[in-house]
Ligand binder design. Structure first.
Ligand code: TMP
Length: 223
């Protein structure tokens, strides 16, 4: 059986990537009836991962040291690869993953200032250097991303009485470093990363996503 395809979605909080991920899953399901894609996310998606996610995103756990935060992200990822991603790829499935190692490089490497080298070395050691076949990087302008994330966080405070996500308490300078690191990754790996930039409508972003995925599928079928 030919190996499946591994597609990741990346972007800042508020980039709309989770909505697009679900939309892409339905598009793929309608294109390949009876062979639905496997949809997962990081952190989370496994039993261990969901527990790590709760810990990592809990806004009261503000004392997690950057290195500990990065180690937990990788613990989550190693479990996700072993339990979900790799078995599905072996079965020939398409796997859609909402965030992967580019997030660690952008948030911990860029945002927290750990740098890319350590993140990439850990990825080689702990994730067998698994590379996505395609990464859809949604990068609206920094200003738009920040505004959306803040609005979403504000709504969560109003509804649940606490903010949605520890990362959303970060300052603009942190998000600027994350945004810049994402752009650096896209420039470094243009063959893997489809950069979808600008303040586009949800439909316009989806059109670009479908274009990139269709190109990948055609190349895969032609092999
Ligand atoms: P999200 O899944 O709702 O986008 O939220 C996950 C948050 O965790 C988001 O703020 C980005 C952050 N994160 C990291 O800092 N490093 C990582 O490796 C991953 C996967 C997520």
């Amino acid at each position: 059986m030919p190996r499946g395809l591994f597609i990741t979605l990346e972007g800042l909080d508020g980039s709309g990537k989770t909505t697009q991920c679900r939309r892409l899953a339905s598009w793929l399901a309608s294109r390949f009836p009876g062979d639905e894609p496997v949809l997962t996310r990081q952190p989370g998606g496994t039993e261990l991962g969901d527990r790590l996610r709760a810990l990592l995103l809990d806004s009261r756990e503000s004392a997690i040291a950057p290195m500990a935060e990065m180690a937990l992200m990788f613990a989550d990822r190693a479990q996700s690869i072993a339990a979900i991603i790799e078995p599905a790829l072996v079965e020939g499935k398409i796997v859609l993953c909402d965030r992967f190692t580019d997030s660690t490089e952008a948030y911990q490497g860029g945002g927290r200032g750990i740098g890319s080298e350590v993140v990439l070395a850990l990825h080689r050691l702990l994730c067998d250097n698994l590379q996505p076949d395609l990464t859809l990087l949604l990068l609206p302008s920094l200003e738009t991303s920040l505004e959306r994330a803040r609005r979403r966080n504000q709504r969560a405070v109003e509804i649940q009485g606490q903010d949605e996500n520890r990362f959303e308490k970060e300052q603009d300078a942190f998000y600027r470093r994350v945004w810049e690191k994402y752009r650096e990754i896209a420039a470094r790996e243009p063959h893997r990363v489809a950069l979808i930039e600008g303040d586009l409508s949800i439909d316009a972003v989806f059109e670009k996503i479908v274009e990139a995925v269709a190109t990948l599928l055609n190349a895969h079928i032609a092999v």
